[in-house]
Design a protein around this ligand. Structure first.
Ligand code: FMN
Length: 398
């Protein structure tokens, strides 16, 4: 058969247009706008392939026969409103083939007017978008599952936090923990040790998300007494606490940055509940802030590289004694680096003045107040985790 020439006679041109309509992957349907019920007067082969209905079964009927039990009435109402107003519309609607199989139809309907401006026909173009909808649904489903997993993991992470208040001898401990996402790279611990001391730590893994949280989970495990822990050792029959500097040096060996692609900052200390002596190591972490009972708050001696950065780093333990009424605050850098809407950092000075402002409040209420001032600074959604840990040496008889 020779192809008709578009330059040839009008009949050839019409045949060519018919052929073009039939080879199109889209369904094309034309309805009579003047006849009640808007019956179809033409469907192409694309429509027949897509719906399974032969033209002879479709022509003369309103196209709503493609709808079925799960078709969204809102989509139908949208089409109805557009047709009554004589305007075009585009909807995605669930339709059913002649064998009952559902498919997603991306349907666009355009009104056609004659030369007198009278609405004569509607042309509908149908595309089967089932595969795309299924891909989107699968993506939504896996995103939902992932979010559910992360939420569960966040619950596990919260369950590892110490109780909000811990009392041991003359010491009172409190903490606040505000992850910026579900999962935190920060961790806080207050851990009773076998020989009467209390291990305390606050740490901040570089980065965010699952990788940072996994490392922070692991560190929480290693810094808690029990199987495989770093913080205790057996001396003969007796379990003893491992000095802070040795713990941090072991962590530094165990988590080199070139292997983990992460580093972390940490303060680990051992507090003696009866004497108020605190032996601690600061590894790249902001210096703790001491609030003497009377006198201004100020950072204490710190120093030391973050853990994992440089092989064989030596860490030096510092020591201080809390007197009755003294408080010591530890915090992660999220507490000072959080920025307000104009880009101003909360900063160390402001943190110190907030710490001083709550000196007459009970420890627990005070730390919550500081945490809420910090998180309010950035409109309630910090872009880094904010963690605080405080120790107070209680006044005898208070
Ligand atoms: C040209 C044309 C093509 C149509 N194609 C479809 C279609 O493929 N699938 C569908 O569900 N509805 C289609 N419709 C819409 C229905 O025929 C009907 O207008 C819609 O269900 C709203 O009217 P109703 O509330 O009276 O059912 C088409 C309508 C026109 C005018």
């Amino acid at each position: 058969m020779t192809a008709p020439s578009p330059d040839g006679n009008p009949a050839d041109l019409l045949t060519l247009k018919d052929r073009a309509l039939d080879v199109a992957a889209e369904g094309i349907a034309i309805a009579d706008a003047q006849t009640p019920g808007r019956p179809l007067i033409y469907v192409n082969q694309g429509f027949e392939r897509m719906t399974g209905y032969a033209a002879s079964a479709a022509i003369g009927r309103n196209c709503r026969f493609l709808q079925g039990k799960d078709t969204d009435p809102a989509a139908v109402a949208e089409i109805r409103a557009a047709l009554s107003a004589g305007r075009e519309c585009l909807v995605e609607i669930l339709n059913y083939r002649s064998d009952g199989e559902p498919f997603w139809n991306r349907l666009s309907i355009t009104p056609v007017h004659d030369s007198a401006g009278r609405l004569t026909h509607f042309i509908g173009v149908q595309s089967d978008v089932t595969a795309r909808r299924q891909d989107e649904e699968a993506l939504r489903h896996s995103k939902h599952e992932l979010e559910e997993d992360v939420r569960l993991a966040a619950g596990v992470q919260r369950s590892l936090l110490p109780p909000p208040d811990v009392h041991a001898g003359s010491l009172h401990f409190a903490h606040a923990f505000h992850p910026c996402d579900d999962l935190a790279g920060d961790a806080v611990g207050i851990v009773p040790l076998p020989d009467g001391g209390v291990g305390i730590y606050i740490l901040d893994v570089s980065g965010h998300g699952v990788a940072a949280a996994l490392l922070s989970f692991t560190l929480t495990h290693l810094l808690s007494p029990g199987e495989g822990a770093l913080v205790t050792e057996n001396l003969g029959e007796r379990a003893a606490s491992v000095p802070p500097a040795r713990i941090v040096e072991r962590l530094n060996r165990q988590f080199p940055m070139d292997r983990t692609r992460q580093y972390f900052t940490l303060v680990y200390g051992i507090a003696a509940p009866e004497t108020g002596v605190i032996e601690y190591v600061v590894a790249g972490h902001p210096a703790p802030v001491l609030v003497p009972r009377s006198g201004p708050a100020a950072p204490v001696a710190a120093g030391g590289l973050p853990v994992g950065m440089v092989e064989d780093t030596r860490y030096e333990s510092k020591r201080l004694t809390l007197e009755a009424g003294d408080r010591l605050y530890f915090y992660t850098d999220g507490a000072i680096e959080t920025v307000d809407a104009s880009g101003n950092e909360f900063g160390l000075e402001r943190l110190i003045s907030e710490i001083e402002r709550v000196r007459d409040l009970p420890l627990r209420a005070g730390i919550d107040r500081i945490a809420s001032v910090v998180t309010d600074w950035c409109g309630g959604s910090p872009d880094d985790d904010v963690s605080l840990l405080a120790i107070e040496r209680t006044t005898p008889g208070a």
